[in-house]
Design a protein around this ligand. Structure first.
Ligand SMILES: [Zn+2]
Ligand SMILES: [Zn+2]
Ligand SMILES: [Zn+2]
Ligand SMILES: [Zn+2]
Length: 679
């Protein structure tokens, strides 16, 4: 057998590569020697960090994401991985993934670029020092890589690799220590080479060591093995027998006993913050079946090295099994899964029509905000800064205690005096929509101008209707700020596009008679444009000018830019962050979460998991203490607020035990089994 492949494949050494790799290894040895003697601590830390980034770029990036598609990642994560992968300098992603797919499909045959049957040296580095076997090229051409070319980041990297690679892999890593802490440039260069050499050998060891030494619990017919040493070095890629049996598993290892899988931790973290999703894994059943099948057939012959067909058969087996894998997210039953399911829905999403004026308006506002934050001196006049906090608080409480808890949820009742205060405070928040629409409507239909604008402003009527739809159809197409469309959409994106027809349809069905029956609300709705202009933009600017001689410009910037933008984002974050990040102690099956940051900035609306379970609780949280709740409590004391609604402690407890995710502090006080016994 060996004879035959010797005859049809003559090794042809590529001398250029031999020289390069020899230099790299010699320079690396010199680099290690110099590092031990002279390196600054910062340099060592820096190169360890670069090494880790490069390993992650290969394992989480070109291997698990692009070669095997074992999970999906949003563009920020893909961008990070693309940069990390460039640091590693092991060909561009496209090339790497194609070689790797060939390796999986034709493992241990001539078409395998790093065929381990040819021994350690060949599979480790030798394959890079000779011309490729023709089979690799011929059979490699049959591998479908079209999916890779659909990723703009892969295309971008492929196009600019010539410039990106030296920059990311050598120039920046060398210059940073020299520039930042005066490392000797000569040493720095050799540390960079040394780092690269270590990275290369770690990756190569997956192809060599993990194909030669170790156990084979899953598939005895392939050369790949389970090797703990490689796993340690390559962040979890050493469980390679498993990986060849189930290449689509994002863990590249079986659950549980396997440690040393830093890449899995890395992906899990990004899944937690919502940038990675659709994590694929294998059910325990399938693994068991597979292990048993191979145990019963221990007499299985070692596969014919040259006969690629036998491998293709196994490949087909694999495909049969693939249909039975369960695609699930790490947090098996809770929201992440719901989220990932809904992503598929997005493909057939309604066509978004941008509202250009809103985009321009919000874009300008936020750019000005960034500029203002850097140039505005908050300490020049402390009265102005204090006033900023006051109007921020009033606008926030106006929105949360007013249209939200009072008019939408009727969580308490209020006398007209309090309703007037709330109406003014809400107007001072200046919720976005009006100017742009007034303008558009004016341009389109001058005659019916005043009639049309009413249906377009974000006055109490609009606000309450949108929010009732949000609670009734949370995170579906009918939700105005459906958080399944991602952070940006639910935060501000929904204001920048025309509404989904579902939102409009459901919005019309909402009963709004109670709001219109309230004369204070009706007045507020009717004169909202004027009220908003006065209380949100004019009076807050006039006060500092006339009361303590502030300049018009500083008063304008502090109120109409800084205060306004922060307040808008705080209120929006209830729809976005508090639907994406946080725990779910009351109902694990919905998106809304308990988010302390949102709670802080929005005056007590961030405990949103609770709020969606008990929307009629005037506290919008299980406990007292938030500014808005304190505000309502104060007015309850003087008699302007009454009929405050709250669920009983028992009801909260029951619901939390039945549907919560177990993160409620009560679960810590009483050990888990004890609670289940109570039930
Ligand atoms: Zn392999
Ligand atoms: Zn692989
Ligand atoms: Zn919500
Ligand atoms: Zn609500």
């Amino acid at each position: 057998m060996k004879e035959s492949y010797k005859t049809d494949y003559k090794w042809e050494i590529v001398w250029k590569n031999v020289i390069i790799f020899t230099y790299i290894h010699l320079a690396a040895i010199y680099g290690i020697y110099m590092a031990c003697l002279y390196a600054k601590y910062w340099s060592i830390l820096w190169f360890v960090a670069v090494t880790i980034a490069a390993i992650i770029g290969i394992t989480a990036g070109s291997h698990r994401l692009w070669s095997h598609r074992s999970y999906k990642a949003k563009w920020p994560m893909r961008l990070i991985l693309m940069i990390f992968q460039t640091i590693a300098f092991q060909d561009d992603i496209y090339q790497w993934a194609r070689d790797h797919r060939v390796h999986h499909k034709f493992t241990d045959t001539d078409a395998d670029p790093y065929n381990a049957r040819r021994g350690f040296f060949f599979s480790h580095i030798g394959w890079l020092l000779i011309r490729k076997h023709p089979d690799i090229v011929i059979k490699g051409a049959t591998i479908d890589c079209s999916d890779l070319m659909q990723d703009p980041l892969v295309v971008f990297q492929k196009k600019w690799y010539r410039y990106l690679m030296p920059l990311c892999a050598f120039i920046i890593p060398t210059l940073v220590p020299w520039w930042a802490w005066n490392e000797n440039l000569w040493y720095s260069w050799h540390f960079a080479i040394c780092r690269y050499c270590i990275n290369l050998n770690i990756t190569w060891s997956v192809n060599s060591v993990a194909h030669i030494w170790g156990t084979k619990p899953y598939d005895k017919s392939v050369s790949s093995t389970e090797n703990i040493g490689v796993s340690l070095l390559a962040f979890g890629e050493g469980w390679h027998n498993y990986h060849h049996a189930f290449p689509w598993d994002y863990k590249t290892a079986e659950l549980g006993n396997y440690k040393f899988n830093l890449t899995k931790t890395f992906i899990d973290f990004f899944a937690y913050i919502g940038l990675a999703y659709d994590l694929k894994t294998v059910s325990a059943d399938v693994i068991k079946k597979r292990v048993l099948r191979f145990e019963s057939s221990t007499s299985k012959m070692t596969p014919n090295i040259l006969n690629t067909d036998s491998k293709i058969l196994t490949e087909k087996d694999l495909q049969n099994e693939e249909s039975s894998i369960t695609t699930k997210m790490i947090d098996a039953e809770n929201y992440t899964q719901n989220r990932s399911k809904n992503y598929t829905k997005i493909e057939g999403w309604f066509k978004m029509e941008p509202k250009w004026l809103n985009i321009l308006y919000l874009g300008f506002l936020h750019l000005y905000f960034v500029y203002a934050c850097f140039t505005f001196d908050f300490f020049e006049n402390l009265m102005t800064t204090a006033w900023l906090f006051v109007t921020y608080g009033l606008g926030g409480i106006g929105t949360t205690a007013g249209p939200h808890r009072l008019w939408t949820h009727q969580a308490y009742k209020a006398k007209w005096q309090l309703r007037v205060i709330l109406g003014i405070c809400y107007a001072s928040a200046g919720m976005v929509d009006i100017y742009n629409y007034r303008f558009i409507c004016f341009m389109q239909d001058r005659k019916n101008f005043f009639n049309t604008i009413k249906s377009f402003q974000n006055n109490i009527y609009e606000w309450v209707r949108d929010h009732r739809v949000h609670h009734k159809y949370t995170d579906t197409d009918a939700d105005p700020h459906n958080s399944n469309r991602g952070f940006f959409f639910s935060h501000v994106g929904w204001l920048m596009v025309k509404k989904n027809p579902d939102v409009i349809r459901r919005g019309r069905q909402v009963d709004m008679s109670d709001v219109l029956a309230d004369p204070v609300a009706a007045f507020n709705i009717k004169y909202f444009p004027i009220l908003k202009f006065m209380f949100a933009f004019l009076l807050p600017v006039m006060l500092p000018v006339y009361a303590w001689n502030e300049t018009w410009y500083r008063a304008f910037v502090s109120q109409d830019i800084i205060r306004y933008v922060i307040l808008l984002n705080a209120i929006w974050s209830v729809n976005s962050a508090a639907h994406i990040w946080g725990s779910k102690p009351y109902d694990a099956h919905i998106n809304p979460t308990e988010n302390r940051w949102v709670n802080l900035f929005s005056g007590g609306e961030g405990l949103h998991n609770y709020h969606h379970v008990f929307p009629w609780d005037y506290k919008a949280a299980e406990l007292h203490g938030s500014p808005t709740t304190t505000f309502i409590n104060f007015f309850a004391k003087i008699g302007w607020a009454y009929d405050l609604k709250e669920p009983s402690k028992e009801l909260v407890k029951t619901v939390m035990r039945k549907r919560g995710d177990g993160s409620h502090s009560l679960w810590e006080a009483v050990p888990y089994p004890a609670i289940s016994q109570i039930e």
